[in-house]
Ligand binder design. Structure first.
Ligand code: GDP
Ligand code: ZN
Length: 436
């Protein structure tokens, strides 16, 4: 039996295929010692990267036991996903088969992988940077075509290349900065300092602009939240159900029925949108209903768009910030000017409303063809870089300016995982699911 082989991290394994019922389950293993495990299971190693049909055997009892007949693929390192010796076993997807093979892998010294561990090893072995690793996680989570395109661009290194350009510019400026410190004024042409400041200013402006351009991409990655608000009984729950195409919320003629927020996820304009049906916003003596109202206000604050529903028998609510006015029950009363009139009951106006919501979703997630970033983590690192460049520009002493530029460099390096790696890895890869 092998255990953790001489200083190398142990061989890890996990199902790489989804957990839903399927014909084939892909079990993936990686690490020094994968080869010996595959040999123990199925005899000699298959030719690299070629699928071979093999019997998988457990051999630690009196008699060898056949576990499954499976396609076996062998990926010798370093040209594998993780950079290590790896293999894939394409098993028949029954739970008993999967369990028997997993037990045998453990008996052979492998252990189940932690979330994101395959990708983390790929990162450690220089097969991808952090941005690309996160892109792979996003590609697996992508629900819509727009999200798929965005994630794939990230896997292909769109942002990594952009950050590399920024880092290169900063490095050149830093070299000029060092020259300013090392050489007395007389020996350097006077324009060196001016060019340095100009260069910093330009980079500062470019990165600051990217913060605005990336906001839409970040929203596209996480999906949007649209809150449906309005007085009790105007038809909020009915509207949510109609948009979702199913009964997610309770519809009742009694006011104050929806006490807690009900969420449902739909796709609008190729963007995943969580619709939140909030409890009616009104003063109430009922404790539970009051709690619902408090939560509604919380959702309204978090929402990317607030859909205010009212009926023609009431005065339209005043719009604050980004929102839509929707007048329901136009089968009973006409909609006032400036509101989108609908009747959930008769479906009147519903197509128009769907189009308006989809346009809203698209506008909120629109941005540059190449998103400069897609996550809060990226935004924070870019903001920090911009902050330090800004401070460098405010410094009169060259020594202090250099220090700020180095801090900017460091924040930028965190984006791709070039610096400060250890602190980051748990956070980044911990969000992955197992088998990635
Ligand atoms: P909420 O309290 O705002 O969530 O309102 P509900 O969705 O529970 O609806 C309250 C009542 O209004 C229910 O009896 C619905 O059937 C009714 N209702 C919803 N939409 C319409 C509509 O377009 N026309 C009419 N006449 N009644 C509606
Ligand atoms: Zn309701």
């Amino acid at each position: 039996f092998m255990r953790e082989s001489d200083g190398h991290p142990p061989v890890i394994f996990a199902l790489a295929s989804g957990l839903s019922r399927a014909a084939i389950a892909v079990m993936r293993l990686s690490g020094v010692g994968s080869g010996r495990i595959v040999e123990s299971l199925c005899g000699r190693l298959p030719a690299p990267r070629r699928a071979s049909l093999r019997g998988l055997w457990r051999r630690d009892g009196a008699e060898p036991v056949l576990l499954d007949r499976a396609l076996v693929l062998w990926f010798p390192g370093p040209d594998s996903y993780t950079g290590e010796d790896s293999a894939e076993l394409h098993l028949h997807a029954g739970p008993a088969v999967i369990n028997a093979v997993a037990d045998t892998l453990v008996a052979l010294g492998a252990r189940p992988a932690e979330p994101g561990e395959f990708s983390r090893r790929a990162f450690t072995h220089g097969r991808m940077d952090l941005m690309q690793a996160e892109g792979i996680a996003d590609l697996i989570d992508a629900e819509t075509e727009a999200q798929r395109r965005q994630a794939l661009a990230q896997v292909d290194g769109a942002q990594s290349r952009l950050y590399q350009q920024w880092a290169d510019r900063l490095r050149v400026l830093l070299a000029h900065q060092e020259a300013l410190i090392d050489f007395p004024d007389e020996e350097l042409p006077p324009e060196v300092e001016q060019r340095l400041v100009d260069g910093l200013q330009e980079l500062h402006a470019t990165m600051q602009a990217s913060l605005l351009e990336g906001a839409g991409a970040e929203r596209l990655r996480r999906g949007l939240v649209f809150a449906i608000v309005g007085a009790p009984n105007v038809g909020k729950s009915s509207l949510l159900n109609a948009l979702a195409g199913r009964d997610a919320a309770i519809v009742s003629p009694r006011a104050g029925t929806t006490r807690d927020a009900i969420e449902t996820r739909i796709v609008l304009g190729d963007v995943p949108v969580t619709l939140v049906d909030t409890a009616g916003l009104r003063d109430t003596d009922d404790e539970i209903e009051a709690e619902g109202v408090r939560r509604s206000l919380f959702h309204v604050k978090q929402a990317d768009c607030v859909v205010h529903v009212f009926t023609g028998s009431q005065a339209p609510p005043r719009l604050e910030g980004d929102g839509l006015l929707v007048c329901n029950k136009i089968d009973l009363h006409d909609a006032p000017e400036g509101a989108i009139g609908i009747s959930v009951l008769t479906h009147a106006g519903m197509d128009v409303l769907r189009d308006v919501l989809a346009a809203h979703a698209r506008a909120l997630t629109a941005g540059q063809a190449q998103a400069p970033f897609t996550r809060a983590r990226h935004r924070a690192a870019i903001e920090e870089t911009v902050h330090h460049i800004g401070r460098a520009l405010g410094m009169d002493w060259p020594e202090m300016r250099g220090e700020e530029m180095r801090l900017a460099m460091r924040a930028l390096g965190r984006l791709t995982g070039a610096v400060d790696v250890e602190a980051l890895l748990d956070t980044v890869f911990g969000q992955f699911c197992i088998g990635k």
